[in-house]
Design a protein around this ligand. Structure first.
Ligand code: NIG
Ligand code: FE
Length: 414
């Protein structure tokens, strides 16, 4: 692939960090370069001022580069959506209607709706049908600027259906230009067949599903929904310990609906991320701040369930590494639009626009252990999104519209 140069860029957000994450107050250091140029092939080769680029060109440095003028627009790393459930089936619009009338998410779940409702639809679907749904959502997410996306299983809850979901995620990975990461979430709920035999289902997870998943390389991570009415701390530690033996890194759906000490648990086991955190404790924040565990906030879920938001300000002040993701799923947040999450994070969690953008790029990559994504500096993948205007704050300020005009993945225009 030949070299391409974006020239006359109004502003580039570099998101540069030698530790491949921005934590606490450093989340504001997003590396804004005005009147700039970027030279790239599959990777970023050079970033600097327009003056330096022109000087280099005059000295013969960029003789075989094809130039594209961006006419003053803003360029940033593609969004890294590190938490989604986009491989699913069916619709839960009816549950949304009931929730608007005041029925709680937990009440609907206890009546056999919720995750189990999607489970029934997934069990009735083929791998291809599941993959089609995932591809549709992934390509839609890409139009809103997402260039890396994580997808979880967790709606099959049987050996055959969890494997079907993971194989569908593999098909999505093969058929979209984005980087797709896969997470095994067999511990999303207890399936009805095992309602009176939790230990039996946990055995199936650990002794039947995990060996096949590891053998076929179907997942990068293992996740557990650790909450009242779902999995306990002891069960979480047991399942994620077994998964680690098979080489899967840990993630936790932590302290979402109630405080159970799941953030502290995630830190103890060295999880790569703890997600949701609406009910995190002060101690949980302190522990997370001095750990490798990224705190992934999903403001679309709080918005859609009409719950109090995660305490993002306290987390950042404590020094945590905070990421933002969509949680795109049919039950608690059906949105694949990272720009919407950024706007919610700013307006409703009082994050600065800079913090929200760092959380959606470099810190999303950290939540997936990816050091080649989420930054625009030499050697990183050329995953870039170009806004339709110069002002990056518009993503939060001028909300509800799509500001992304072009998406480039590994140096190729999509
Ligand atoms: O991340 N919290 C658990 N799981 C999903 C919701 C799943 C569903 O309702 O289908 C979430 O919010
Ligand atoms: Fe989730």
């Amino acid at each position: 692939m030949g070299l391409v140069a974006f020239t006359e860029i109004g502003s580039v957000l570099m998101m540069r960090s030698s530790s491949n994450r921005l934590s606490g107050s450093a989340m504001n250091d997003i590396g804004v370069l005005r009147n700039a140029a970027i030279v790239f092939d599959e990777q970023i080769r050079w970033v600097g001022s327009m003056d330096d680029y022109v000087a280099g060109r005059t000295a013969g440095q960029w003789s075989n580069v094809s130039e594209i003028s961006l006419k003053g627009h803003c360029v940033m790393p593609g969004f890294v959506d590190s938490h989604t459930h986009i491989v699913f089936a069916g619709s839960r619009a009816n549950e949304y209607g009931r929730r608007l009338q005041g029925v709680s998410y937990q009440q609907i779940a206890s009546e056999g709706g919720g995750i189990l409702s999607t489970m029934r639809a997934v069990r009735d679907s083929s791998v291809e049908e599941l993959a089609d749904m995932g591809i549709r959502y992934a390509l839609s997410a890409m139009k809103y600027g997402t260039t890396t996306i994580e997808v979880k299983s967790g709606y099959g809850l049987s050996v055959a259906s969890e494997l079907a979901q993971l194989r569908a995620i593999r098909l999505v990975r093969e058929q979209v230009p984005m980087r797709v990461m896969s997470t095994f979430l067999g511990a999303h709920d207890i399936p009805p067949e095992y309602r009176d035999n939790r230990a039996g289902y946990i055995d199936v997870l650990c002794e039947e599903m995990l060996p096949i998943i590891a053998e076929e390389g179907l997942a990068d991570f293992c996740d557990v929904f650790t909450d009242t009415g779902y999995y306990t701390i002891a069960e979480t530690e047991y399942i994620l310990g077994k998964a680690a033996d098979y080489g899967l890194r840990s993630k936790v759906h932590a302290d979402e609906l109630s405080y159970v000490g799941a953030a502290e648990c995630a830190v103890r086991i060295g999880a790569i991320s703890a997600d949701h955190l609406l009910c995190i404790s002060e101690q949980g924040m302190k522990n997370m701040a001095s750990s490798v565990t990224v705190g992934t906030l999903l403001p679309g879920t709080a918005y859609n369930l009409r719950l109090p938001y995660a305490p993002a300000r306290a987390m950042i002040e404590a020094g945590m590494t905070v990421a933002l993701a969509t949680d795109c799923n049919p039950g608690s947040c059906l949105s694949e639009n990272m720009q919407m999450m950024i706007s919610l994070a700013c307006t409703n969690m009082r994050m600065t626009v800079e913090e929200a953008l760092a959380a959606s790029t470099i810190n999303g990559a950290a939540a997936l252990g990816l050091t080649d994504k989420g930054q625009l500096s030499p050697g990183k993948d050329a995953d870039m999104i170009i806004m339709s205007n110069e002002e990056y704050a518009n993503i939060a300020y001028h909300f509800g519209v799509n500001h992304i005009e072009q998406v480039w993945i590994k140096g190729k225009k999509q």
